[in-house]
Design a protein around this ligand. Structure first.
Ligand code: NAD
Length: 248
C-alpha cells in the first residue's frame, strides 16, 4: 500500500488537471450510510418515496420519509477527513474540481469551491410550480408537506428524484472535467448509478489515469482502474495528503 500511495502522489504532482469523482462512500465516515449494500438505506426505506410521480401523488407520506432520512438524519452530519483533504488539495492546486453524486453539501462545508453536483443538493428546497428556492431551516418543516410562501404550491428537495434529468450545468461541467483531466480519482462509488457512473469511463477514454479509493471492489476496479487504493476514503486520503505536504 505504501508504494502505491507514493506512486499516486507522484502522479498527482505531475498532473496538469486532476479531478475527484465522489460517491456515497466518501460520506460513510460522516455517518451517512450508502444506498446499497450492508447497512444501506434501501434496506430500511422504500425508494418509492423518491419516485417523482409517487411524490406528486403522495406528497405528505413521501415528505415524512424524506424529512426523516435527509434532514433529521443526514442533516446533522459533519464533513470528515476525506472531504477536508480534497478541499486542501484544491487550495494547494493539486485538484481542479470535485464531481459529486452526493447531495449532502459536505464538500462545500469542508471548503471545496469547485464542486459539480451531479444530483443536486438537499440543503435547498425548490417550488414545483414557480421555481422559487428556499434554504432549509427547521421552520420550513413545521407543516408537511412544505409549501411555497409565494404561490402555495408543493416544495421539493433540490436534488433529483428517480425519473428526473441531471441538472444541465453540472452535467456539462462534469463531462468537460472528465474529458480534460489527466488524473481522475474515483472515491466511494459502486458505479451503478447511470449516467453519473459514465464519468470515469469518459475520463479513461480521454487518456486519464484512474485512481480508485474504496474498501471494496466496484464496477470500475477490474475494467478501468489503474491504481486501486483499497481502504476507507478518510484514511487513504489522509496518507496521500501527508505525503503531498512533505513534498510541497
Ligand atoms: P453506493 O451507495 O452505490 O455505494 C457506496 C460505495 O461506497 C460502495 O462501493 C462502498 O464499497 C463504498 N464505501 C463504503 N464505505 C466507504 C468508505 N469509508 N470510504 C470509501 N468508500 C466507501 O454509492 P454511489 O455509487 O454513490 O451511488 C448511490 C447514489 O446514492 C448516488 O447517486 C448518490 O447520489 C446517492 N447517495 C448519496 C448520499 C449522500 O449524499 N451522502 C448517501 C447515499 C446515497
Amino acid at each position: 500500500m505504501e508504494n502505491k500511495i507514493k506512486e499516486v502522489v507522484e502522479i498527482i504532482k505531475k498532473s496538469k488537471r486532476t479531478t475527484a469523482f465522489t460517491g456515497a462512500g466518501i460520506s460513510v465516515e460522516s455517518g451517512i450510510p450508502p444506498f446499497r449494500g450492508d447497512g444501506g438505506l434501501w434496506n430500511k426505506y422504500d425508494p418509492i418515496v423518491l419516485d417523482l410521480n409517487y411524490f406528486y401523488n403522495n406528497p405528505k407520506e413521501s415528505w415524512s420519509v424524506i424529512k426523516e432520512i435527509f434532514y433529521d438524519f443526514f442533516g446533522t452530519a459533519k464533513f470528515n477527513r476525506a472531504h477536508e483533504v480534497l478541499a486542501e488539495m484544491e487550495k494547494q492546486n493539486y485538484l481542479s474540481a470535485v464531481i459529486t453524486q452526493n447531495i449532502d453539501n459536505l464538500h462545500q462545508e469542508a471548503g471545496s469551491e469547485v464542486v459539480h453536483e451531479f444530483h443536486g443538493n438537499s440543503k435547498t428546497l425548490v417550488c414545483t410550480s414557480c421555481g422559487k428556492k428556499y434554504t432549509v431551516k427547521d421552520e420550513i418543516f413545521k407543516k408537511l408537506p412544505p409549501k411555497c410562501k409565494e404561490c402555495g404550491h408543493l416544495l421539493k428537495p433540490d436534488f433529483i428524484f428517480f425519473g428526473e434529468g441531471i441538472p444541465q450545468i453540472a452535467y456539462q461541467k462534469s463531462i468537460e472535467a472528465a474529458q480534460n483531466s489527466d488524473v481522475f480519482i474515483v472515491i466511494g462509488s459502486t458505479g451503478e448509478v447511470v449516467p453519473a457512473s459514465q464519468m470515469p469511463f469518459i475520463a479513461k477514454q480521454n487518456g486519464a489515469k484512474i485512481i480508485e479509493i474504496n474498501p471494496n471492489e466496484s464496477k470500475y476496479t477490474s475494467q478501468i482502474t489503474d491504481i486501486f487504493l483499497q481502504g476507507k476514503a478518510g484514511e487513504v486520503l489522509d496518507e496521500v495528503m501527508s505525503r503531498l505536504d512533505k513534498i510541497s
